[in-house]
Ligand binder design. Sequence first.
Ligand SMILES: C[S@@+](CC[C@H](N)C(=O)[O-])C[C@H]1O[C@@H](n2cnc3c(N)ncnc32)[C@H](O)[C@@H]1O
Length: 316
Amino acid sequence: MQIEKNSDTFLKKLYPNTSEMILGSTITELRKIKNQKFDLIITSPPYNIGKEYETKTSIEKYLEFQTSVIKELIRVTSDSGSICWQVGNYIEKGEVFPLDIYYYQIFKKLGLKLRNRIVWHFGHGLHAKNRFSGRYETILWFTKTDNYIFNLDDVRIPSKYPGKRYFKGPKKGQISGNPKGKNPSDIWEIIIQDWESGLWDIPNVKANHPEKTTHPAQFPVELVERCILALTDKNSWILDPYAGVGSTLIAALKNYRNSIGIEKEKDYIEIAYQRIEKLKNGNLKLRPINKPIHQPNPNDKIAMIPKEWTNLFNEV
Ligand SMILES: C[S@@+](CC[C@H](N)C(=O)[O-])C[C@H]1O[C@@H](n2cnc3c(N)ncnc32)[C@H](O)[C@@H]1O
């Protein structure tokens, strides 16, 4: 078992599994991989929004290219395997195109079955002026067959009311919950801040988050960990075809799984290997999985209405 320190770093430990970052283009590298190698493919693909690592194109061309990648991904997924596709919105002249709606059609046509559309909710982000501020992205979890790996017990979370009992029927008086905790549901509140160490309630991986690197669109290791624990077994093989700075590889290694990442930017690959080394040496800062989200104390200055605003309220 992994031993976690309170400080969000992890004790030096032996991690025997493989983590390999391949430098290259996803489609070319995928063609070299044998059929059914992976139990899980998990990724956050480029969103076609003009980040520094992508060239923005029309949504039609973008989706056409991704369809060719997805066909290869399905080929390298095992029959008991899953694909988790984490996306947000593509935005064109203020109009929102929810990418999961487009992607769902592609996966469905290629014969995959959706098991959950997971909402990853976070508390902070850009403040929109002409629409409501976006505070979630989604993970589409597909399986290749009906016979898939799903280890619910490995991702249960503490129940809010563990002492709850049936109040009627044949089980009246018996405890209604599961001693291992409850199903984490399809809305994931993954984030956040560490108030004590001066960090804000950080949703996605932005400045001040313990995991932040120079990559502009990292996803939190904790988000990947839950998918890995539930959808693969120890020593399974996991692929991230758009691996960035290796968050998937970190989550896999930490949980005794093998992983491969494909990434076209050499700098990100170097950072990924540095993070892997840090994990092995016990000094990678990570938010531990299932760490409760910080609730500000109403007496904290930061949680109070500033005195500059109290006059405004008095005037109304
Ligand atoms: C949204 S980021 C993924 C970040 C990653 N989840 C992490 O936590 O670091 C997408 C990544 O895909 C890479 N990428 C984009 N197009 C690619 C391609 N055709 N082949 C390989 N990598 C690509 C980008 O350089 C970028 O790092």
